[in-house]
Design a protein around this ligand. Sequence first.
Ligand SMILES: NC(=O)c1ccc[n+]([C@@H]2O[C@H](COP(=O)([O-])OP(=O)(O)OC[C@H]3O[C@@H](n4cnc5c(N)ncnc54)[C@H](OP(=O)(O)O)[C@@H]3O)[C@@H](O)[C@H]2O)c1
Length: 435
Amino acid sequence: MLTTVGLLGYGNVGAGVAKLIKTEGTLIADKLGWPLKLAKCLVRNPKATRNFPPDPGLLTTDPRDVVGNPDIQVVCELIGGLEPARTLVLEALEAGQHVVTANKALLATHGLEIFKKANEVNRDVLFEAAVAGAIPVIRTLKEALTANRIQSLYGILNGTTNHIITRMSKDALTFKEALTEAQAAGFAEADPTADVEGHDAAHKLVLLSALAYGILPKLEDIHIEGITKLEPIDFAFATEFGYVIKLLAIAGLHNGQGSLEVRLHPAMLPAGHLLAGVNGVMNAVTIRGHASGDIFLSGPGAGMMPTASSVLGDVIEVARHHLSLESSLRPPILGWLNLKSDAVRPISETLLGYYLRLTVQDRPGVLSAISGILGQHNISIAQVIQRGQTELPGWVNLVMLTHQALENDLQKALDAARELPAVSDIRLIRVEESL
Ligand SMILES: NC(=O)c1ccc[n+]([C@@H]2O[C@H](COP(=O)([O-])OP(=O)(O)OC[C@H]3O[C@@H](n4cnc5c(N)ncnc54)[C@H](OP(=O)(O)O)[C@@H]3O)[C@@H](O)[C@H]2O)c1
């Protein structure tokens, strides 16, 4: 068994998909139960220099090598724009191929036509990558929260504008300064209109609303307001009042049960709100289900590999749910073929930073004795603070942050430190810098 994949487009996202299939082929095959094969990729200019060069013979300029090619089961539309994307997607469905797309503009504009065709021909159109990059918000709405009435959903759905807003808020930049900086850093397009005027986020909001409420709102029916009119003074006032400003995408039922409200505009949120801490290019969505309560999802909302990750997730869903039904081979329960009991790495082999709080006698030589023990065990100190008396007269708190160290070394060092008469207690908290 093999699942064959064709790409329409080998740009930013397409190359990311090709890279994941190539570099993670074994991992994917282990999880899925059989391998994926990338068969053909449609481009305009096969001679263009590419960050992740394709295998020889992979690129084509003829759409027929992908769409309607009987050797390709899943077509990933990663061209962008409305045409020829729309026509190619419809033709692929008509030819019996399943479709995965990252194209929110296409689905927000022609979604009804495309989904209708897919139902007619009993094929799937999956689009996790079209909303919030790597965040599995579509799957959460479509599967995990199926039994819920969705009372509201709201979030930050555009990384470019969130980055600009973050810079305006934290460093008092004007919109223009923050945009220019974002463009120089590659976080904003040369033509940023779709992002800063809110259209990109609105396309995504349309798709989320469709999943949550079964209604594909028309773009012209939605209040869409971008961030171009925001000024630094707004952010200063927001701070003074205990708020932050975010470009929010909001959908919900009026008073929790009436008609659907869908809007996209800058909004102030309490500084303590979960979304207030979502800064830079990150995206986040909160979904309120009547049974589930609030679900908060956050992560990278765009970029080559985060978006490719979602595209591949959809390809694997098609392979698992649909293609497997067409053969006698069933996908492995739990999704993994190679569950091994010895696969878990013992904590002694982990490399982490540590917060250490030692209760020590307040006298000369104690700090050097402890740092000497740590040094002997390959542990270097990043920061150290000695703060005030403890409840024990003559004993103080010695607080240390270490650089990354092997847990095994650290535990041996702490055992040695506990032997010192000047140490009465040691508390440890692991510092997860890389999560
Ligand atoms: N980039 C992201 O972070 C991101 C995140 C989420 C969703 N998306 C969505 O993913 C899709 C692709 O985005 P991208 O950033 O990968 O775009 P991109 O870098 O511009 O790549 C587009 C690819 O499509 C090919 N192409 C375009 N028009 C074509 C045509 N008429 N015929 C044949 N090939 C054509 C291009 O060929 P050439 O290479 O020869 O020019 C290129 O390989 C878009 O719908 C976008 O909204 C992107």
